[in-house]
Design a protein around this ligand. Structure first.
Ligand code: SAM
Ligand code: NAG
Ligand code: NAG
Length: 246
């Protein structure tokens, strides 16, 4: 009896230190497995949704909805005039603010069946085209917004309400800045206070990440809007001289 008690008393500090060492080891292994701070995205109000196992998988997911024949019928009939009317109001306002003119060469990124392109043409911005994975001639041509099929400095104005569909937001914005002419305008409709649909590839919690991503542009303004589930309009102007080159 005596012996056992003594033994357990003696082994207590030993067990404690052993546990401490093992715990510290686990902690060190845990730390070493964490991504390095400097490799993490500094942008925290923008989260890429997990679950896309490959780029093909992402594109396939996007196409599922866009190619749905029943939905395409609705978008080109019931939805058609209703959406054009709303887009027309947005573009007329931008025209009044001199951010868009009849002579602007305009691109709508992720335009699907292109009600926004039709609205631009109706307000007098005749040289307008849309880009989407699925073409809808003549207003929407086929292409990936991560690699726009246009030369540098092509457009005066770009509009998009599909930022949330970008798997690579830096490429999405980089391509807009590449294809805009110096002084060109980009107007985005985004959701910041509500989450968008299951086809979104990222979630945005403020416009701060956009300000960081548009590193070659200046913020013109942002305002609350009611745009088909998107609540914020953000407008940037590409700088005439990129400070990074000087
Ligand atoms: C929510 S819909 C927006 C449709 C249109 N802008 C509107 O308001 O009616 C998103 C669109 O983004 C397109 N899209 C998704 N990923 C894309 C990509 N990587 N490149 C080009 N378009 C893409 C989809 O095909 C879909 O038509
Ligand atoms: C722009 O086009 C619209 C529609 O065609 C027209 O009503 C308007 O007068 C034009 N604006 C200018 C400044 O030419
Ligand atoms: C734009 O298109 C409309 C309709 O086709 C036409 O009446 C107008 O003259 C065009 N404007 C310009 C500047 O080409």
């Amino acid at each position: 009896m005596k012996e056992t008690i003594n033994q357990s008393k003696l082994s207590k500090p030993k067990t404690f230190f052993l546990s401490l060492i093992i715990l510290s080891l686990f902690f060190l292994i845990f730390l070493s497995l964490q991504p390095h701070k400097s490799m993490q995205k500094p942008i925290s109000d923008l989260k890429i949704r997990p679950g896309y196992t490959s780029y093909d998988n992402y594109i396939h997911h996007q196409l599922q909805k866009t190619t749905n024949p029943n939905l395409r019928k609705i978008w080109t009939s019931t939805d058609w005039h209703r959406k054009i009317r709303v887009f027309t109001q947005f573009f007329n306002r931008l025209k009044h603010e001199k951010l868009l003119t009849n002579s602007s060469k305009a691109l709508c990124v992720g335009a699907r069946v292109g009600q926004e392109v039709e609205a631009l043409k109706r307000v007098g911005v005749n040289d307008s085209v849309g880009l989407d994975l699925v073409p809808y001639p003549p207003n929407v041509i086929k292409g990936d917004f991560h690699h726009q099929p246009f030369d540098d400095e092509t457009f005066d104005f770009e509009f998009s309400n599909v930022f949330d569909h970008a798997l690579y937001p830096d490429k999405f914005v980089g391509e807009i800045q590449r294809t805009l002419k110096p002084g060109g305008i980009c107007a985005l409709h985004v959701a910041v206070s509500r989450r968008s649909d299951k086809y979104s590839a990222n979630d945005l919690y403020s416009i701060e990440p956009l300000k960081e991503l548009f590193d070659g542009s200046d913020l013109v303004r942002s305002r609350k809007v009611d745009g088909f589930g998107l609540d914020t309009e953000v407008v940037f102007r590409k700088r005439k001289f990129d400070v990074k080159n000087y």
